[in-house]
Ligand binder design. Structure first.
Ligand code: F6R
Length: 249
């Protein structure tokens, strides 16, 4: 696991975008695994800036998002579909057919999970997966206790995660109780992984990931120690409780 420390949230976006752009330059039809949440926002901003200034094209890029809330329509401002349009897709030249996000309104959400796995397989798998990390170590919506063998599945969101996400809604009651998420096995099947973390509120999670070698389902992000090509990009605050970066880099 390689660790890159940056100064702050803006620099996090610049560094992550630099790595993604570099990858796209060599792989014009790459499959990118994308995340929502606060953390990747500066990354998307930088990708859009680069698209406008340098013309990096997404015409042949395919994307698969990690997750979506169950029960939210694509046009609901709190859906991850909507987030991705407003934060990224509306501002680059990616064709709509190349964008894939689990459908939280599917008639049969269990079939939707199986279909999503088939879809990812059909695309040839994810080349570069972008991840954030929850304060409890979740990746995607894989909460503590999730088996590392899981493919795309339905999860009941923990109160901690619902509270953390309540800031986007008009209160906790409106935060959905379930989500569709790629599983930990899907994530580990990606060819490369970029994990981003910013701010003091992620310091304990980063310390858990980088100070302790223990791989346990109680801390889902620890599964990433099983992957050969993970780059962590985190700012100083997020790394403030990590003992020795050199040892881990
Ligand atoms: C989002 C996702 C989540 C977030 C995590 C961190 O698609 O899969 O795992 O990455 O909850 O969220 P933020 O970035 O808002 O702190």
């Amino acid at each position: 696991m390689k660790v890159i420390q940056v100064d702050d949230y803006n620099d996090l976006g610049k560094k992550a975008a630099e790595i993604i752009i570099q990858y796209i330059k060599g792989h014009a039809n790459a499959v990118l695994g994308l995340a929502t949440g606060s953390t990747p926002k500066t990354t998307y901003k930088e990708l859009i800036r680069d698209h406008n200034e340098n013309g990096t094209s997404y015409r042949h890029i395919r994307t698969v998002n990690l997750d979506e809330y169950v029960g939210l329509d694509q046009n609901d401002p709190n859906s991850y579909h909507y987030f991705m349009k407003k934060e990224f897709f509306d501002f680059v030249d990616i064709p709509e057919n190349n964008i894939h996000i689990p459908n939280g309104m599917a008639e049969n959400i269990y079939d939707e999970c199986k279909d999503y796995d088939r879809l990812i397989e059909g695309l040839g798998g994810v080349d570069l997966q972008l991840l954030g990390i929850g304060r409890n170590g979740h990746i995607g919506f894989n909460e503590p206790g999730t088996s590392f063998d899981t493919m795309t599945h339905i999860v009941d969101l923990t109160m901690d995660t619902r509270k953390a996400n309540a800031r986007f809604f008009n209160g906790l009651d409106e935060v959905p109780t379930q989500a569709i998420t790629m599983g930990i096995k899907n994530i580990l099947m990606s060819k490369s992984i970029l994990l981003l973390a910013s701010g003091r509120q992620k310091a304990e999670a980063m310390a858990h990931l980088l100070n302790e070698k223990e791989v346990t389902s109680a801390f889902p992000a620890s599964a990433l120690h099983h992957h050969q090509n993970v780059t962590v990009i985190a700012d100083k605050e997020a790394l403030s409780l990590v003992y020795s970066l050199e040892r881990r880099a």
